[in-house]
Design a protein around this ligand. Structure first.
Ligand code: ADP
Length: 163
């Protein structure tokens, strides 16, 4: 059974994240989505809200047999060691991601050489999509259809508008 974790801030999960998750299931039997609870980024949603949102997305996409959600507090590598999972999935967008991801993957493998990071190249249609752009679009009444999963869209717009 090939297992992997997919960590991120997922604040919120976008269609770009979901695309990476779906495609990772072509390679792995089971994936654990891990919204970080110790992110240095100031988040819009609490960890529990992000977990609930991801659960709803997994159910709407009928992925619950192979995808679960968890969270972790300390080092990602310690979480992986505790679970006996040695593969981390990350999505790679052009321009913005490579250097940061290179450092992160090297740092994680430096802590435990059993850990490998697998990168999936973003689908072109999501290559510019990031949570911060979605927030700006929603705040300014832009159309975010097809950029965020439908089942969390209204909650996201309401939260952004609240300020
Ligand atoms: P963001 O950079 O949008 O805040 P996260 O920190 O939640 O995203 O990122 C989690 C992982 O998902 C990272 O590997 C990131 O590169 C990837 N990712 C984020 N947005 C996309 C996208 N639109 N397409 C592919 N991968 C993405």
């Amino acid at each position: 059974m090939k297992k992997a974790v997919y960590p991120g801030s997922f604040d919120p999960m976008t269609c770009g994240h979901l695309d990476i998750l779906r495609r990772s299931l072509n390679i792995f039997d089971e994936v654990i989505v891990l919204p970080a609870s110790n992110s240095t980024k100031k988040s819009l949603f609490t960890t529990q809200q992000r977990i609930d949102q991801i659960r709803r997305i997994i159910a709407a996409e009928h992925l619950e047999d192979r995808v679960s959600v968890d969270t972790f507090d300390g080092l990602l590598v310690d979480y992986c060691i505790g679970k006996g999972i040695w593969t981390i999935i990350r999505g790679l967008r052009p321009f913005s991601d490579f250097e940061y991801e290179f450092e992160l993957a090297s740092a994680n493998r430096g802590i435990d050489s059993r850990i490998e990071t697998v990168f999936l190249i973003t689908n072109l249609q999501y290559s510019y999509l990031r949570s911060s752009i979605l927030k700006d679009l929603a705040r300014l009444d832009g159309d975010i259809t097809g950029k965020i999963p439908e089942c969390i869209k209204d909650e996201f717009i309401a939260r952004v508008k609240k300020g």
